[in-house]
Design a protein around this ligand. Structure first.
Ligand SMILES: [Fe+2]
Ligand SMILES: [Fe+2]
Length: 174
């Protein structure tokens, strides 16, 4: 069964959305690199790699279904932030936007009765739930920490250990 042109177009768009998310996380990592928060820089760099893996997953899916891959330019990401809380709030907004994109994709896949594509998108919906949760949890704790340097450094260390955890992004597959 070949992909419907509409679904193929939207899956191509999603490659771009995931690469834009990856680029945006890289800008967040770069912002943290200019601060003492090395752990958060590592977290954002790991997120960036993870989004690239997502883009490649959509790329490979299109290839496997015999559809054409068309790459579009990626916009300039936001590069300036007010605080660690501000960065994580932006990250959460970004994840919520991606969840909405995948939801829309799932609806189109359902409409054209492409059950194989639904299966792929279901994986992404679960992934989005996890990502939103980990960002939301960290944001809530950052808000509790406020401006207290000791609390912020504890969270930074925790974020740093997460970014090197074996489950996070190693080998480019999940
Ligand atoms: Fe993603
Ligand atoms: Fe994500």
């Amino acid at each position: 069964m070949s992909l419907s042109p509409k679904l193929a177009k939207l899956l191509n768009d999603q490659i771009n959305n995931e690469m834009a998310a990856s680029y945006s996380y890289l800008a967040m990592a770069a912002w943290f690199e200019q601060t003492p928060y090395v752990g958060f820089a590592g977290w954002m760099a790991a997120q960036s790699r993870e989004e690239t893996v997502h883009a490649l997953k959509f790329y490979q899916y299109l290839v496997d279904r015999g559809a054409k891959v068309v790459l579009e330019p990626i916009g300039k990401p936001q590069h300036d932030f007010k605080s660690p809380q501000d960065v994580f709030a932006c990250s959460l907004k970004q994840e919520e936007a991606v969840t909405a994109q995948i939801n829309d994709l799932y609806e189109v896949a359902e409409k054209v009765r492409d059950h194989a594509a639904k299966n792929l998108l279901l994986w992404f919906l679960n992934e989005q739930m996890e990502e939103e949760k980990s960002v939301r949890d960290m944001l809530e704790r950052l808000q509790l920490a406020g401006d207290d340097p000791a609390s912020l450094l504890v969270l930074d260390r925790e974020a740093g250990s997460r970014s090197t955890a074996p489950s996070s992004f190693k080998n480019g597959v999940k």
